[in-house]
Design a protein around this ligand. Structure first.
Ligand code: ADP
Ligand code: GN1
Ligand code: MG
Length: 362
């Protein structure tokens, strides 16, 4: 079945004029479906990455529950433009949430028109606004029944699990890549205890389990032309977790002066002004729901997230690039090295980051 035939199985009430690859994600295959209609209403078709997400039925149910919950809240608050501020799944002509064809899984969303995305925050205003959107999203989900939400990737941000995966990959070493990675592996191993702090607090039940987004890269917020946040996208990883996850991944992607995969390590450091803007936006949205331990340990997420991503990229590099889409042979290596450099920079700035975060709760 070709992509036009796949699209035709969804309940799209307009004539489709083109289907083109879209966006910059590392996981799913995304297409913009343009249609002929007076309102310029278009759609987003996605092939969900089944290698990454094993339980598609559970994942699609999560998304249906969350998008309906958010849409109901927006309608209740009488906000304008609800179609551009929330995702909506377009069902198939048979009323299903997705289709399965030849072992591939496809779904369609409303396409949010006239938006901008940023891979990093170009200024403090964007960092504040992106963070406010992620914080608001977490707040909107705080009254959702957790029993209706399944784990789409078990142990997704469990650093102990990620480190044990790395050790297994090192043992297997299928492409003989480990011999060139002494420096990175030694650094990662030396941080095992300190990077397990949040996981340990969670295991001791000191942090509130919440429904969180879990993938708060700044390019998962869509902005309007005035750089005001429109909508949070990429809902595949919504599942139980801790507030630190959404705070940390946002800081990692907003406040890095270099790129996620920067080959020039001199470009990479944490910009404290951006961290301040991000922290202010996020905490403005969530402060009322956080407990004392969540507040006092939030800053640590600025270390944990580049670290966890460094570990995951390194594991994928050693395993032969089986998880992330890569653009060249050593892409995962450069990603890992860049993320570990950002972690090291965070370590040198931890005291200042802690002060910034504490200041946002006053
Ligand atoms: P991935 O998991 O591969 O990152 P995403 O769901 O994040 O996939 O989609 C990839 C990109 O497509 C996003 O970064 C965003 O730019 C764009 N995008 C996603 N959903 C929508 C939407 N409903 N409307 C407009 N653009 C979208
Ligand atoms: C992936 O889907 P995308 O590109 O927004 C990954 C995140 C990583 C990120 C690193 C399901 O996010 O966990 O932080 O790449 N998503 C999944 O860029 O693994
Ligand atoms: Mg994405």
């Amino acid at each position: 079945m070709n992509i036009e035939e796949i699209t035709d199985r969804f309940d799209i009430p307009h004539h489709v004029t083109s289907i083109e690859p879209y966006g910059n994600g590392h996981i799913n295959d995304t297409y913009l479906v343009r249609c002929q209609n007076a309102l310029e209403f278009n759609y987003l078709l996605q092939k969900v990455n089944h290698n990454v997400f094993k339980n598609i039925e559970g994942l699609m149910n999560n998304i249906a529950v969350v998008t309906s919950h958010i849409r109901a809240k927006l309608l209740e608050s009488k906000i304008q433009d609800v179609e551009r501020r929330s995702l909506e799944l377009i069902k198939t002509k048979n009323g299903h949430l997705y289709i399965e064809e030849d072992g591939q899984f496809w779904r369609v969303f409303n396409f949010i028109e006239d938006h901008k995305v940023y891979d990093g925050a170009p200024n403090k205003e964007i960092a504040y606004e992106g963070a406010r959107m992620f914080g608001q999203f977490l707040h909107q989900l705080s009254d959702l029944d957790p029993l209706g939400i399944v784990d789409t990737i078990p142990n997704f941000h469990n650093i102990k699990y990620r480190l044990s995966n790395l050790e297994e990959a090192i043992k297997a070493d299928p492409l003989r890549r480990v011999c060139c990675l002494d420096k990175e592996i030694e650094y990662v191993r030396s941080r095992y205890e300190i990077m397990s702090v949040i996981q340990n607090l969670g295991e001791k039940k000191l942090l509130t389990p919440r429904i969180v987004h879990n993938d708060t890269k700044i390019n998962n917020v869509l902005f309007d032309h005035d750089n005001k946040g429109l909508c949070v996208v990429d809902l595949d990883t919504i599942m139980p977790g801790f507030v630190h996850y959404d705070f940390g991944d946002g800081i990692r992607t907003c406040a890095n002066t270099g790129a996620e995969d920067d080959e020039d390590l001199k470009n990479i450091e944490y910009d404290l002004d951006i961290i301040k803007a991000y922290s202010t936006g996020f905490i403005d949205s969530v402060h009322s729901i956080l407990n004392r331990d969540e507040r006092s340990t939030l800053a640590h997420a600025a270390l944990l997230f580049p670290f966890i991503m460094g570990v995951r990229f390194l594991t994928d590099y050693i395993s032969g690039d089986v998880y992330y889409k890569v653009e060249h042979t050593h892409h995962n290596y450069f990603r890992a090295r860049a993320q570990l450099k950002l972690t090291q920079d965070g370590e040198t700035k931890l005291e200042e980051i802690q002060q910034i975060v504490d200041g946002c709760f006053i």
